[in-house]
Write a protein that binds this ligand. Structure first.
Ligand code: MRU
Length: 343
């Protein structure tokens, strides 16, 4: 699919806001371009946000004019603060930006710092692709031939570099000869399931049915769903999962109907710093709810509230699939163990 590419001096990305109607690529040449692409959701999905954030800082290092190392580092530190806040909830953003920052700080002069920043951003991108492939290989073992998997939002290739997180086990299972069917929730209000998951799975010939978010309980009660796999924007050490709004409802329904609920995420999504009550939940503009296209669907003057992530507690999660293996309860102990082995 190649929806992201470093050309040697700019980052070429597929504008996800135009999908599925239009295939439109955009070139990001500066940290401001990267900030804009992340905040406007031209690109989205936690691992991809992390990679674009890393390139944002690398592009700043590449372009920054400075008379001294001190002046250069001052600009870089401002850049770290700026790009890290392009969106608040996905941990990958801060994590990947810090990786670039630390890498360049280890060099003694500005020229070496510039090249190190670019080198690190490329390395982060390649590693994310590797993580996804491993998540796919680990998660595939949980899927049986003939399974129907429900997924929410888009945690596929478009949210990562390749394969995806939640969709990676499905892709690998199919590669290995299993028949897998997907049910994708449309995912109000930005419709990542209807627009993106359905589009990308169609490219790969995976049989997919789109349903409204509100149909999930009905489908589960009719035993039409075998397993759920979702991605994550942040997982705290205590095993709480932050993901697209609606994930928590799906998890509660899965528990009620005795359906396995899996979360797939690379270790770059695991936050070793904050506890779940300290994480900022992004709120986006009211128009995402009040308008469908150009048509207003909520009367003018009526208040709306648009939090775009929710929190699923560990008690509702059957297992977390990471590139380092499948984590079972108790998550607090098992997450710390894999992060101690190097994050
Ligand atoms: O607001 P988005 O589209 O960036 O939200 C994305 C999600 O919630 C995904 O499920 C999550 O990032 C997992 S990414 C592989």
């Amino acid at each position: 699919m190649n929806h992201i590419e470093w050309t040697g001096k700019e980052l070429r990305i597929l504008d996800q806001r135009a999908l599925p109607g239009q295939i439109k690529f955009v070139n990001l040449r500066s940290i401001e371009d990267c900030y804009q692409a992340i905040s406007s959701m031209q690109i989205r999905g936690a691992p991809l946000i992390g990679v674009v954030g890393a390139f944002g800082l690398a592009l700043l290092a590449y372009n920054a004019k400075a008379k001294s190392k001190e002046e250069f580092l001052k600009k870089i530190m401002e850049g770290v603060e700026y790009i890290s806040n392009a969106r608040p909830t996905a941990y990958n953003l801060k994590h990947c930006v810090q990786l670039v920052f630390k890498a360049l700080q280890s060099k003694e002069n500005v020229d070496l710092m510039r090249s190190e920043a670019i080198k690190k951003a490329i390395e982060i991108m390649n590693k994310e692709e590797e993580f996804s492939r491993k998540i796919g290989e680990n998660g595939e073992t949980l899927l049986e031939d003939g399974d129907t998997i429900l997924t929410h939002c888009n945690a596929g290739e478009l949210a990562t570099i390749k394969y995806g997180t939640a969709l990676a086990p499905i892709r690998i299972a199919i590669e290995r000869g299993k028949c897998i069917y997907v049910v994708a929730t449309e995912t109000r209000p930005a419709q990542q399931g209807a627009r993106l998951t359905a589009w990308e799975l169609k490219q790969y010939g995976v049989p997919t049915t789109v349903v409204t978010d509100t149909a999930v309980g009905y489908l589960m009660r009719r035993r039409l769903i075998d397993k759920v796999i979702v991605g994550a924007d942040r997982i705290t050490l205590d095993g709480y999962v932050f993901n697209k709004i609606g994930t928590y409802q799906v998890a509660v329904l899965a528990k009620e109907h005795n359906i396995k609920f899996y979360v797939a995420a690379p270790t770059s999504t695991f936050d070793p710093h904050l506890t779940h009550d300290a994480v900022v939940i992004e709120e986006r503009k009211a128009e995402e709810i009040t308008m469908i296209g150009r048509k207003r669907i909520v009367p003018k003057g009526v208040r709306v509230y648009n939090p775009v992530f929710d929190i699923t507690p560990p008690t509702l999660i059957s297992a977390i699939i990471s590139e380092k293996g499948i984590l079972n309860l108790p998550f607090d102990k098992n997450i710390s163990r894999i992060l101690d082995n190097g994050n």
